[in-house]
Design a protein around this ligand. Structure first.
Ligand SMILES: Cc1cc2nc3c(=O)[nH]c(=O)nc-3n(C[C@H](O)[C@H](O)[C@H](O)COP(=O)(O)OP(=O)(O)OC[C@H]3O[C@@H](n4cnc5c(N)ncnc54)[C@H](O)[C@@H]3O)c2cc1C
Length: 435
């Protein structure tokens, strides 16, 4: 079927042939030496899961195959959504060891991006908890991958952005929880240096900060640091279900987009900071702590037809505050003010194309304007010169040359693609990056 598809940021949608295989033999019939890419639930922001010829969705591979409720081990098909998985595991006292900021991702997408969570500085990326993967190569061959079997493909598949084959099944460990709540603490800062220093020192399991770009002035910038740990008191979890969430219809999206201006975001941020300031420590539901944006399921539509970009980079600690400020100055001067800025802590972790490094991760959401691409190009150079990296799951624009400077193992990845004859798997992103 022909379908208009894009990444979550809705920048440059394309008309693509979309396929929704329901079983393995359906899937294999699609492998006929024509360029293709795989797609889960389309929550990657850029062009990593789109491709004009053939975009193959995993969403009908949506079965939970095994769930050991005593040991917290689970085996699922790749198209299972994290939300559906959590609805099964939380009532039994188990949570995912690593979670992105939305539960509307597929497990296959979590593997292909080797996602990180607010606990990356402690637990690393998803790869650490994956026991095995069943991967289908373009020649139809089924490969069993683990840290011991087909190691090279295992490490290339976790974080390989779908470029090593179709992830069919994933087996991984969960973590035990005694409660569905998080003990959250908040700290307030007006200096980036102090925020980063505290982020680095924090011993909490989960650490994330919200930064108000609009308060950036003479080296001062307001931020709130949220730290959290699973509440340790035993409670009967039983019937946990997620709160009702809302879909924004297209008329509401148009109206909100009309009001979505720098002025109103500035005001919104001031109000948020003022309201939250009173509350220094509280117990919050895990849905509110991990997935605050999911309350409005398709919130990405409020950015209008042009969409928005999320630009996420990691940067070594030493260069962090200087580099972030440099980037903020450029964004401000070019009238590309981020509506959302999130800063987290990171440590170096496994994966051939790993994004992780010892340092700080910064994610900014910027509405799309005509100068976006050219300004991001300037920022890419700053990130490269500070030995930083851009996260491929969020990327729309980086060029092949900067990619190679950021991802030093790119050659190893290309070799694996050659070894297993993966040249028919290509996304718009992989074509741009020449991998
Ligand atoms: C609000 C929000 C918050 C987020 N927060 C975080 C965060 O905190 N940390 C983080 O790491 N990421 C985060 N992300 C990004 C998101 O976790 C990743 O982009 C994830 O890969 C999306 O999963 P998906 O199922 O939507 O995959 P898609 O977007 O559909 O695809 C992403 C990649 O996975 C590949 N892929 C998908 N399924 C398969 C399969 N079955 N076989 C082979 N390849 C496959 C695709 O080819 C593509 O390269 C966030 C995204 C959003 C929208």
């Amino acid at each position: 079927m022909k379908k208009i598809i894009s990444g979550w940021g809705k920048i440059e949608p394309i008309s693509a042939q979309a396929y929704f295989p329901t079983n393995l033999s359906n899937l294999k019939k699609l492998f006929n030496k024509v360029d293709m890419i795989f797609r889960g639930n389309g929550r990657s922001y850029g062009d990593s899961s789109i491709q004009k010829n053939k975009t193959i969705f995993s969403l009908r591979f949506n079965k939970i195959l095994k769930f050991n409720k005593k040991k917290g081990k689970i085996k699922v098909q790749s198209g299972v959504l994290l939300k559906n998985l959590l609805e099964k595991t939380i009532p039994n006292g188990w949570f995912v060891p690593v979670s992105p900021g939305t539960k509307y991702v597929s497990i296959g997408g979590m593997v292909a991006s080797n996602v990180h969570g607010k606990n990356q500085h402690i637990d690393g990326c998803f790869i650490n908890f994956i026991k095995s993967i069943i991967l289908i190569l373009p020649n139809g061959e089924k490969k069993y991958l683990s840290k011991k079997n087909n190691k090279d493909l295992f490490y290339a598949t976790c974080g390989g952005m779908g470029l090593t084959g179709f992830i069919l099944e994933v087996e991984f460990d969960l973590i035990k929880i005694n409660s569905t709540t998080i003990n959250q603490k908040k700290l307030y800062f007006s200096s980036l240096e102090k925020l980063i220093s505290k982020i680095k020192k924090s011993k909490a399991k989960y650490v994330v900060s919200w930064v108000d770009f609009f308060s950036f002035n003479n080296n001062k910038i307001k931020s709130i640091l949220y730290t959290g740990d699973h509440y340790s008191k035993n409670e009967y979890i039983g019937n946990y279900s997620f709160k009702r969430e809302f879909l924004i219809n297209k008329y509401i999206a148009i109206i909100v987009n009309f009001f979505l201006t720098d002025f109103l975001i500035h005001l919104f941020n001031k109000i948020k900071y003022f309201l939250e300031f009173k509350n220094k420590e509280n117990i919050v539901d895990l849905n509110n702590f991990f997935y605050p944006l999911d309350g409005l399921i398709n919130w990405n539509t409020i950015y209008g037809k042009k969409g928005f970009a999320q630009y996420q980079f990691a940067i070594p600690y030493k260069q962090a505050s200087k580099t972030i400020k440099k980037i903020f100055i450029i964004l401000g001067k070019n009238n590309l003010k981020p509506y959302l800025v999130v800063i987290k802590n990171m440590k170096k972790d496994l994966g051939t194309l790993t994004f992780s490094m010892d340092g700080i991760s910064v994610a900014i959401d910027v509405p799309n304007k005509n100068n976006l691409k050219s300004v991001f190009k300037k920022i890419d150079k700053i990130v490269v010169s500070a030995s930083g990296k851009i996260y491929l799951a969020k990327d729309n624009f980086i060029n092949n040359s900067n990619f190679r400077k950021m991802y030093k193992n790119y050659n190893e990845f290309i070799k694996i693609r050659k070894k297993y004859n993966l040249s028919f798997i290509n996304s718009s992103q992989s074509i741009r990056l020449k991998i």
